[in-house]
Design a protein around this ligand. Structure first.
Ligand code: FES
Length: 317
């Protein structure tokens, strides 16, 4: 974000008028007590999401008619930024007049879209999408409270990102509902992976069961299968271990036999982005074409089989 974005008008212009209005004058901010619920013959449901001490949290209050399951009124308290307040305000409004089951169908996209001035212009910048996700998540917590069920029954609660307190279920849900394609997008929508980064891929300072890269790949694969598509995950999006496996497979199947004819060989040393670093073996060492023809052959084969942007270099220790 440029300095101009922070101090000039450009950042403010990225927010809809509805966001401005709701952050300055939220219509549903407040809370309900048991007394309020009793006065309306309703059940009080209170749900929380986030941690107020960390600056991002929403508390949702519903008055639910026990005979019809209709949400008669809703209020919220939020300790987040202006976008979180606007998102929580519109989220509370969207739930009023719906049954609890119908409210459970509201997504973060519904929240964001309801804040748009123009149907084709996002209500706020992409880096603020996590505010709409918070609003959406607190609804699920309220549904679980109302139904007196463990939220695990609504989503897979295994914690993936300890820093942002984001569960596997929430990540899968956000990928599916928003058609996310990169880890950066997951971070933008949920904040997962935005702090110590050890939940992004193996190799961080903590042992983990799930990583964002794996969840993204598996979820995208499932989505593609459901649509009857054959998913081909881009080489650059694969975890490094799988990139290694694929390159080694191509080297073994297509290049090793050719080089072996001249008593040479090639091994994979490292992969950095789309740069594949190799080490020559046997007669390939010092061969006149090691840095020209042979290198080009290896590069063109890897490009054809894996990714047209791969570059091959000779590993320098
Ligand atoms: S555990 Fe996800 S950013 Fe730290």
């Amino acid at each position: 974000m440029s300095k101009d974005d922070l101090i000039g008008l450009s950042l403010w212009e990225a927010y809809s008028q509805k966001v401005h209005d709701r952050m300055n004058n939220p219509a549903h901010r407040g809370s309900f007590t048991d007394k309020d619920a009793k006065a309306q013959n309703c059940k009080l449901v209170v749900a929380d999401f986030g941690d107020a001490s960390c600056g991002d949290s929403i508390q949702l209050f519903w008055l639910v008619d026990p005979r019809t399951d209709l949400i008669k009124d809703a209020r919220f308290l939020s300790f987040g930024c202006g976008t979180a307040i606007a998102s929580a305000d519109i989220m509370a409004e969207l739930t009023i007049g719906r049954t609890v089951d119908a409210a459970a169908q509201i997504t973060n996209l519904d929240v964001e879209k309801a804040l748009r001035d123009d149907p084709d212009t996002p209500a706020f910048p992409g880096q603020k999408m996590h505010c709409s996700v918070m609003a959406y998540d607190v609804i699920k917590r309220a549904v679980a409270k109302h139904k007196n069920i463990d939220i695990n029954e609504l989503e897979d609660q295994e914690m993936v990102c300890e820093c942002a307190r984001v569960t596997r279920g929430m990540i899968v849900d956000v990928i599916r509902k928003n058609d996310l394609k990169t880890v950066e997008e997951i971070t933008r929508y949920t904040k997962a992976g935005g702090y110590c980064k050890s939940c992004i891929r193996p190799g961080g300072h903590e042992q983990r069961k799930y990583f964002l890269e794996d969840i993204l790949r598996d979820t995208r694969q499932k989505m593609a299968e459901e649509k009857g598509e054959t998913q081909t995950i881009a080489f650059a999006e694969l975890p490094k271990a799988q990139q290694f496996k694929k390159v080694e497979e191509v080297l073994a199947a297509y290049l090793a036999p050719v080089l072996a004819k001249d008593r040479g060989g090639v091994e994979l040393a490292d992969i950095v982005g789309k740069e594949v670093q190799i080490v020559y073996q046997g007669a390939c060492h010092g061969c006149a074409s090691a840095e020209t023809g042979t290198l080009k052959l290896i590069e063109s084969t890897l490009r054809e089989k894996l990714d047209p942007e791969i570059q091959v270099t000779i590993y320098a220790k």
